[in-house]
Design a protein around this ligand. Structure first.
Ligand SMILES: [Zn+2]
Ligand SMILES: [Zn+2]
Length: 310
């Protein structure tokens, strides 16, 4: 057996980079490519139960109480982002524009989902946790061996949407100190978009504002800035996380309205993080029938934890 073939066999027989604990050849290596299918949440198929007024999925008629008091931002994700330091947040009504606060994120609770619907969304929390854990690990350390993680991009998009919805419904989105109504232009379609990636309009989804070759600055900050239309409805969310800047666009792309997205990378297929000793890959799989480009970033630099904003 040739060296290349031997390496390929080792990868296919090794653990799948989606972290399923199955061998890659029996899991997400399909044909010649890596593909992790979007997680089926089955929101529309939940058995009929009750309607709980404060749950934003009450129209499904499958609420099971009580209201869950869920965290605004998944605790598993916050724990990764804060590491040994603080977790800072900005873009909330009790902070001035541009101000950041390091805080105890477990105190940020929403009351906008019933227990049933909160737990129905938990698989996308797991996907987001794995993505951010891999991203942070790859940014912060260099190893001799290449590393690879595989996540469904649709799971990540839906996690961002779910997080934004919780922030909006609980009155935690602001422009400056002005609290926003929290209405999404896509509110009628939102549950469908959480349930099924195929329900997203064409060219809606995540845009990465970083460019290939950009210098990455790793920053334990989660910043979420809503973009509004003229009716003061939320149409997109700009998210800064670990030094990356993403925009989650919830409607079709109109370059005249969003010129800053003209050069952004739509649904990157892979984020490659280049270190002096090795490259690490985060593969994002998409099932929208389009071909997506990769994004390469280099020369990671860690930002020391600041305590000034505490
Ligand atoms: Zn897999
Ligand atoms: Zn519910």
């Amino acid at each position: 057996m040739g060296e290349a073939k031997r390496k390929r066999e080792a990868v296919l027989n090794g653990p799948c980079p989606c972290a399923s604990a199955r061998a890659a050849r029996d899991c997400c290596f399909v044909g010649q490519n890596w593909h992790r299918p979007a997680t089926a949440l089955g929101l529309a198929e939940l058995p009929p139960a009750s309607v709980i007024d404060r749950c934003y999925m009450k129209e499904l008629n499958s609420c099971v109480g009580p209201i869950s008091g869920e965290h605004l931002i998944s605790v598993s994700v916050i724990e990764i982002l804060q590491g040994d330091g603080g977790f800072s947040i900005s873009g909330v009504p009790w902070l001035e524009a541009g101000e950041e606060k390091i805080m105890a994120p477990k105190s940020l609770r929403a009351n906008c989902l019933c227990t049933k619907h909160n737990s129905a969304l938990s698989p996308i929390d797991d996907a987001a946790r794995y993505f951010f854990l891999s991203l942070k690990t790859y940014l912060e350390s260099d190893t001799a061996a290449p590393r690879h993680a595989l996540v469904s991009g649709h799971d990540l998009e839906r996690w961002l949407l779910k997080t934004a919805k919780a922030l909006a419904v609980s009155g935690n989105l602001a422009r400056g100190r002005e609290k926003l109504s929290g209405t999404f232009a896509q509110d009628d379609a939102l549950i469908g978009m959480l349930d099924d990636p195929a329900a997203w309009p064409a060219s809606a989804g995540v845009y990465c504002l970083m460019n290939t070759g950009d210098l990455m600055v790793n920053h334990a900050r989660f910043q979420l800035v809503p973009w509004m239309n003229e009716q003061d409805e939320i149409v997109a969310l700009q998210v800064s996380i670990l030094g990356f800047i993403f925009v989650l666009l919830l409607e079709p792309l109109d370059i005249v309205t969003y010129p800053m997205l003209a050069d952004a990378k739509y649904r990157p297929a892979r984020i490659t993080i280049a270190h002096p000793k090795s490259n690490s890959w985060l593969t994002l799989s998409w099932q929208d029938g389009q071909v997506h480009e990769a994004l390469n970033v280099q020369f990671v630099q860690n930002v020391p934890q600041e305590n000034s904003a505490a």
